[in-house]
Design a protein around this ligand. Structure first.
Ligand SMILES: [Zn+2]
Length: 483
């Protein structure tokens, strides 16, 4: 018995308070195989109002005592997924991403996600704090599930450095910067990075970092264009694995001057996980995620006529990288798998690209397929077990991003619960998914497993594979990081 279940049994009670005394809706999920980040067992779960009330041995509770019961026989019951990396409603190179809060959280629900964190893009120079307030206002009543946001940091101006502790106080303790995109004024140089790291360490925040070495990518891109190489595959060749590895190593080296919590977004190379593991061994607080597409797709897709649809940054890599990333997800240092959902309509991408790899707005949709793909490619292929899948998609992102009542089935946690049917086999396609796009990067792929029912704070969001929730249910979660 792990600590989790030791604690659980203390809180467990076979006898429920009478219905009238509880004065809140009571639900029972019975007969399922319960999977958490460190355990698999047959348990029945009692939900009272918005929280998990207790867990008991199968058959312990009488269905008559509940307002509603869910038969989870032959289903897997796990904590609702936490998706910490999407770009909803993001302006990009003259377009806007496929999903906004309404369509994005709907797609999330079908993917078993009960909390999502998106980036609140602000124009350069604008107040980070005001932008968060604007997002709160704009997204009220437009989320099927709970949500939060990360800010974006483009500079280390006085305004930005003053905004960072304010963001932390507002429950938005994470924000991302870039080591690339100098051309669009988003690159944070070393001088600025050190100042932002200092502000992060002082305020209790965590800096997320997009790592690609800008000079390497820019040099190779200019060279390719000059030599007349404009095909989609040159996106991968001009943003090579070593550009990512250089940038991550640089961040690690800067942390030796200013130690602060950092989170490397979308690590995609075999080398990146080695560098991060070494940094952790030295005691530096570097955490890392990879994304579903880096675990399942390769750069070969960029060689096709429709290669522009698969352009993302960092680019898709090779089979060898995929195997290293799965190992790192199983054994560390990868702690989270996100989707980095950031597609733009295909037609718009084609128009903006004008046949040139370097003009394509990068990013792919992927918020809905994440759980099914990780089950099909990970659990079914014995690359990770089910508890590890829950850690990577739910328990760890909840802990790292300070969603303190999420990612757990412990009594007292929010009743965010997935009833996952591992027995359904289906073909993944834009037409079988519910994302706001006609492009699916995994089109035609045979997969196993689908979310049957989803609860978010005790409310049914998905019932028998269909949307049953309301966009007035989702709330912004106030996040606070462990120090
Ligand atoms: Zn992203």
């Amino acid at each position: 018995m792990g600590a989790f279940w030791g604690k659980l049994s203390e809180n467990r009670c076979g006898v429920l308070p009478p219905k009238q005394e509880m004065n809140m809706k009571k639900l029972l999920i019975h007969g399922g195989l319960v999977v958490t980040g460190n355990h698999v067992a047959q348990y029945d779960i009692v939900v009272a109002g918005e929280r998990i009330h207790s867990l008991g041995v199968a058959g312990e509770f009488s269905p008559d005592d509940f307002d509603e019961t869910f038969d989870a026989t032959r289903l897997v019951v796990m904590p609702g997924l936490v998706e910490p990396h999407v770009h909803f409603d993001a302006p990009f190179m003259g377009g806007t991403t496929d999903h906004d809060m309404l369509t994005g959280t709907k797609a999330c629900a079908y993917g078993g996600i009960t909390s999502v964190i998106s980036f609140s893009n602000q124009p350069k120079g604008a107040s980070l704090v005001q932008n968060v307030k604007d997002w709160d206002e704009k997204n009220r009543g437009r989320a099927y599930i709970d949500w939060s946001m990360h800010s974006l940091v483009y500079d280390a101006s006085e305004q930005t450095l003053a905004d960072i502790p304010e963001l932390v106080k507002m429950g938005v303790p994470t924000y991302k910067c870039f080591t690339t995109y100098r051309h669009s004024e988003r690159l944070l140089d070393d001088d600025s990075m050190l100042l932002v790291l200092r502000a992060t360490a002082d305020s209790g925040g965590m800096l997320m970092i997009h790592c690609e070495h800008d000079a390497t990518c820019e040099y190779l891109t200019r060279k390719a264009i000059t030599e007349g190489h404009t095909d989609w595959i040159y996106h991968a060749r001009t943003r090579p694995a070593r550009a990512e590895d250089i940038a991550i190593q640089r961040v690690v080296d800067l942390l030796k001057t200013v130690p602060a919590p950092v989170y490397i977004v979308h690590a995609s190379t075999a080398g990146s996980v080695r560098i991060i593991a070494n940094a952790q061994e030295e005691g530096l607080t570097v955490r890392a995620e990879t994304c579903t597409h880096y675990l399942t797709l390769t750069e070969e897709l960029l060689k096709g006529e429709n290669g522009y649809l698969y352009i993302c940054s960092p680019p898709l890599r090779t089979e060898r990288d995929i195997e290293h990333l799965w190992n790192a997800a199983r054994l560390g240092p990868i702690e989270v798998v996100s989707s980095d959902d950031a597609g733009l309509p295909g037609e718009m991408r084609k128009q903006l690209a004008q046949g040139r790899f370097d003009k394509v707005p990068s990013g792919m949709p992927g918020v809905e397929p994440r759980l099914t793909l990780l089950y099909s490619e990970g659990v079914k292929k014995n690359r990770v077990d089910f508890p590890k899948l829950v850690e990577l998609t739910s328990a760890n992102p909840a802990r790292l991003f300070g969603l303190n009542h999420k990612g757990s089935l412990e009594p007292g946690s929010d009743a965010d619960i997935v009833l996952f049917d591992p027995n359904v086999e289906w073909t993944m396609s834009a037409s079988t998914l519910h994302m706001n796009t006609n492009f699916c990067p995994f089109e035609g792929k045979r997969v196993a497993g689908k979310v049957k029912t989803l609860l978010c704070r005790g409310e049914v969001v998905l019932r028998d594979f269909e949307l049953a929730g309301s966009p007035s249910h989702g709330r912004r979660v106030f996040r606070k990081l462990e120090r």
